[in-house]
Design a protein around this ligand. Structure first.
Ligand code: ATP
Ligand code: MG
Length: 646
């Protein structure tokens, strides 16, 4: 590995950060050598009603399959995120809210105010008949009430199921029904990028298919016109008028459910991932502190939507458990202009930004000027999550956005894992662009081959986790069999992530993409991420997606979809040039067999490329593209089908 590809921990980070290289080695060693005492000690991060005396009790084997953490403990998640801070920092801002429209005022809620808002919301839910264990579907835009509603559920022991506000009525209906939710909390409309999203109308459309639905609580966000169904629908502000500003916290068993969250749906029918209370909260509090080296007083911004696990763990539960000031942003990265994120950073003095490669690539495509016209002087750390970040985007983030001064924290994790699993710690880990680097304390990753043999040293294969950790999901809602089948049957005794990875000679992990996406070209296994990274490195290419297609000789051929930078023209010359480019970057074996220029790629609502659909198109099997209801813009599919390269 040449020096050009290694970014050592900056001196001042090694000195200042909570965890340096030595401390990381210590933590990592202890967590695996003596998990019982390590995790009981970590549990002390939280306030318990009854402190646990048992740490992990688990087996991944079929005969005695079980996962539990701190099973004898009792606590309340909302009390940990709010009430316990009332003594130490009542007047510190807990939630800093930035509206879609930059002309409007930001809003701030101190811990004291957050307490009152959450209590009021909790009492409203109780008034609607919600009890401990009931499922509450939350279909809200990125407004403060989304945080209040989530924490209100936690306070009274109801299980929240947040459905991203960009989902269609069909997707919403499926998620309401899957968990038999009797109540939906929504808003009249949402706002994103200056446009309105008809949330209440979507709920009305979904309700046609959801017999279990009894109540709809509507938050007035935009004041837009909506129809209200008598007996079923009520305005939040009407219900809240007489609601008490205090509400006791329900004592919860550590293993009582906290929430259900449906995965983003890139690979098939969404799964209702269930997380429980104690282990999840310990895990997100620990990982939020380690991954971002959060220091009291810092303004921290996770730019994900609250509808994704990233929003759950790193806008709300992790930062609030740690007493942070967490920012919530209603809008999108590129509105009104591609400068918005960086303008918001300047406006609020944000020190930590956490976003997704898809957003970075979109901004990168618009050119550096949008970034450079802002100061960004407050930035200290830049995080990324959601997909492999191609080294080109990594370097842009590091050099253009962070001006070489901010560590890039590439975090690999999943809805299923609750929090970050493989990620550098800013004061401890030298960085390599494109690598998620090293595991968090307590995480024991292994690379296995197709037969389940554990590969040692530098190796490439399937990524599994050999031991349980507190933030692990506990079941698929309503389908425990599917839980075992999906994650524990492929490699007995291990949690199978579904992702491929390479471990290099320094023990660094490189996620190569989903295992389903790994190509086998003439007997060579290749991650799609690597070929995509090579394509994106070309100065004219903004984004690329690579899938396999049947090939008579090679077994699998390489089909690449390429989106060009603003102002670039597609054509056969460029097609040839791109083929040569990949050949030089990786080798002849990686040369695409077909390149299709695409104005847009099919993406999930969370911005991930849906390769399942691209694979079907590449194979010429366009009659049955499967469920496309979770696509952000289904219209791009027609263009892709029409311009297929055969
Ligand atoms: P579904 O499981 O329904 O197909 P999903 O896997 O997209 O949806 P998430 O749990 O949001 O749902 O995403 C987790 C996946 O995202 C990981 O398994 C991995 O493939 C990818 N991923 C997340 N972060 C990273 C990262 N830093 N580097 C590489 N891949 C990542
Ligand atoms: Mg997944």
């Amino acid at each position: 590995m040449s020096d050009k590809n290694l970014y050592p921990v900056p001196q001042e980070w090694a000195k200042r950060a909570r965890v340096n290289a030595e401390k990381y080695a210590q933590l990592y060693g202890r967590a695996l050598a003596d998990p019982g005492s390590f995790w009981l000690e970590q549990a002390r991060r939280l306030d318990w009603i009854k402190r646990p005396e048992i740490a992990g009790d688990w087996s991944f084997r079929e005969e005695d399959f079980r996962i539990s953490w701190f099973p004898d403990g009792k606590l309340n998640a909302a009390a940990n995120c709010i009430d316990r801070h009332l003594k130490t920092r009542p007047d510190q801002v807990a939630i800093l809210w930035e509206p879609d429209d930059p002309a409007e005022e930001a809003r701030r809620f101190t811990y004291r105010e957050l307490h009152a808002e959450v209590c009021r919301f909790a009492n409203v839910l109780k008034g609607q008949g919600v009890q401990k264990g009931d499922r509450v579907t939350i279909y809200l835009p990125m407004i403060p009430e989304a945080a209040f509603a989530i924490l209100a559920c936690a306070r009274i022991g109801a299980i929240h199921s947040v459905v991203f506000g960009g989902f269609s009525p069909e997707a919403l209906a499926g998620r309401i029904q899957d968990c038999d939710s009797k109540i939906v909390v929504t808003a009249d409309e949402g706002r994103r990028g200056g446009k309105r999203v008809p949330l209440k109308a979507n709920v009305d459309a979904a309700a046609v298919h959801t017999p279990s639905l009894e109540k709809v609580v509507v938050v007035r966000a935009t004041g837009g016109d909506v129809a209200m169904t008598a007996g079923r629908d009520a305005w939040y502000h009407d219900l809240a008028r007489d609601a008490d500003g205090d509400c006791p916290c329900e004592p919860m068993g550590a293993e009582d459910p906290l929430f259900i969250l449906y995965t983003s749906g890139s690979t098939g029918k969404p799964k209702g991932v269930l997380h429980t209370t104690g282990g999840y909260l310990v895990w997100v509090a620990l990982t939020h502190e380690l991954t971002f080296d959060y220091q009291p007083g810092s303004i921290y911004w996770c730019a994900a939507d609250i509808g994704w696990v990233t929003g759950h763990s790193y806008i709300l539960y992790g930062p609030l458990a740690n007493g942070a000031t967490t920012m919530m942003y209603e809008g999108v990265p590129n509105w009104p202009t591609p400068s918005r994120i960086w303008e918001v950073v300047d406006k609020h003095g944000v020190e930590i930004v956490y976003t997704a490669p898809t957003a970075l690539r979109a901004l990168m495509r618009e050119g550096d000027d949008w970034v450079k016209r802002t100061s960004r002087g407050s930035l200290k750390l830049l995080g990324t999550v959601g997909e492999p970040i191609n080294p080109e985007a990594w370097r842009w983030y590091h050099e253009v956005v962070g001006e070489g001064r901010c560590p890039i924290i590439d975090t690999w994790w999943q809805t299923e894992t609750g929090g970050t699993m493989i990620a550098p710690l800013p004061g401890a880990t030298d960085l390599k662009p494109g690598s998620a680097t090293k595991p968090m304390p307590g995480i024991d990753p292994q690379i296995v081959d197709g037969d389940g043999n554990v590969l040692q040293g530098a190796a490439e294969g399937n990524l599994v986790i050999a031991k349980s950790w507190p933030g692990q999901m506990r079941t698929v809602w309503g389908d425990h069999g599917r839980f075992f089948q999906t994650y524990f049957s492929t490699y007995p005794g291990k949690y199978f992530t579904g992702d491929g990875a390479r471990r290099d000679e320094d023990g660094y992990y490189w996620i190569t993409g989903r295992v389903d996406d790994v190509l086998n070209v003439s007997g060579h296994r290749m991650g799609t991420a690597e070929i995509e990274s090579a394509l994106v490195l070309h100065p004219k290419v903004a984004e690329a997606a690579v899938v396999g297609m049947p090939h008579e000789i090679k077994g699998q051929g390489i089909y690449a979809y390429v989106t060009l930078n603003a102002g670039e023209e597609p054509g056969d010359d460029l097609r040839g040039a791109l083929g040569k480019w990949v050949r030089t970057e990786i080798g002849p074996i990686a040369t695409p067999d077909a390149i299709q220029f695409a104005p847009g790629l099919p993406k999930t609502r969370s911005g991930k490329i849906m390769r399942r659909i691209l694979r079907k198109i590449a194979e010429g099997d366009v009659s049955n593209l499967g469920d496309i209801s979770t696509l952000a813009d289904p219209a791009v599919v027609d263009d892709l089908v029409a311009n297929r390269v055969s």
